[in-house]
Design a protein around this ligand. Structure first.
Ligand SMILES: [Zn+2]
Ligand SMILES: [Zn+2]
Length: 327
């Protein structure tokens, strides 16, 4: 198998975006490499641990005259496997300082270290919302392509990270993940956005056993934040590496979620149903097991947002042992 040569997109000064292959439909994830002359080597995000990703990272670093062992700091936008998988490997090989937003360390990232403790709650959450057992089979929460870091340094919103010799402000952009981090450079009107906003696809916003109670409410606020920030360009996790029109895209995504909220209100108003049953109304197409779980989590994020607004209710159905949503 021949691998494509390292494709580095210049972002700003010594900062480059590298498209690293991932075995997901998005095909690649963006990893940022910053290698200022004589200065520290920084990475933002690090892809899944696959041989292809390791090779792409090695090639990208080599193109900048650097190596794994040179990495000084690794900033992670959020704990999802495609952004975090190699964190432990990079930490071990280089002794790099791994940084994440404080919220993400306490919630998402902890998931990788406490699978055994979290799994029963994870499964119960899906079951209580009607997911049939066939979609729970094989749900171990484990991912052999994720090597968690052993020490993580917390970043707080408002702090600064240095990339390409400039200060980038740490932003909290929750919704897609509880502690999703963004990096903002006002001088160059550039945002490192991870999956907080994406072109072409709507970032998945799901309610899980271990998420904040209203991820969709969080995400709608994040979209407002991005709209107000109005960056000229954003470096994005997928389908990028760089996108313009962030403000317009934020408005579009908000309208999309508002449409889905209206639809859920209408559907739940027809007859009381479980979130799983309602997820088939929202996502009627054929989905595989993990797709069905994503669909349920996304549907739940909309239903719980409406419930917390007082626009829908939920009641425990004794015989079916499931929560049902109703008007
Ligand atoms: Zn993600
Ligand atoms: Zn992603």
């Amino acid at each position: 198998m021949t691998l494509p040569a390292a494709e580095l997109t210049p972002v700003l000064g010594s900062l480059y975006a590298l498209q690293v292959p991932i075995p997901y439909p998005m095909k690649t994830v963006t990893v940022l490499l910053d290698a200022p002359r004589g200065g520290p080597l920084s990475l933002v995000d690090c892809a899944l641990d696959t041989p292809e990703a390791r090779q792409a990272l090695e090639d990208g670093l080599a193109a900048l005259g650097r190596h794994w062992s040179d990495v000084d700091q690794l900033v992670i936008t959020h704990h999802h496997p495609d952004h975090y998988g190699l964190a432990g490997v990079i930490e071990e090989r280089s002794g790099a300082n791994v940084l994440m937003l404080d919220v993400e360390i306490g919630r998402g990232e902890r998931y990788w270290h406490m699978l055994k403790e979290w799994l029963p709650g994870h499964v119960k959450h899906f079951r209580d919302h009607g997911l049939p057992d066939e979609f729970l089979a094989g749900l171990t929460g484990e991912n052999p392509r994720v090597q968690p870091a052993s020490r993580i340094t917390p970043l707080r919103e408002g702090q600064h990270v240095s990339l390409s010799g400039k200060d980038w402000e740490v932003l909290w952009l929750p919704g897609h993940a509880d502690g999703h981090l963004g990096l903002w450079n006002a001088e160059d009107s550039t945002l490192i956005a991870g999956d907080a906003i994406l072109p072409r696809i709507s970032p998945n916003v799901g309610l899980y056993a271990y998420t904040r109670p209203d991820p969709l409410g969080d995400y709608l606020q994040t979209l407002g934040k991005l709209e107000a920030l109005n960056p000229e360009r954003a470096v994005v996790g997928h389908h990028g590496p760089v996108m313009g029109g962030v403000q317009a895209r934020a408005r579009e995504l908000r309208a999309h979620h508002h449409e889905r909220l209206d639809f859920m209100k209408l559907e739940a108003g027809k007859e009381p149903r479980s979130a799983y049953a309602l997820s088939h109304a929202m996502f009627p197409r054929d989905l595989n097991t993990s797709g069905r779980r994503f669909a349920l989590a996304e549907t739940l994020a909309h239903l719980e947002h409406l419930r917390l607004l007082g626009q829908l209710y939920r009641t425990w159905h004794e015989e079916q042992e499931v929560w049902v949503y109703h008007a």
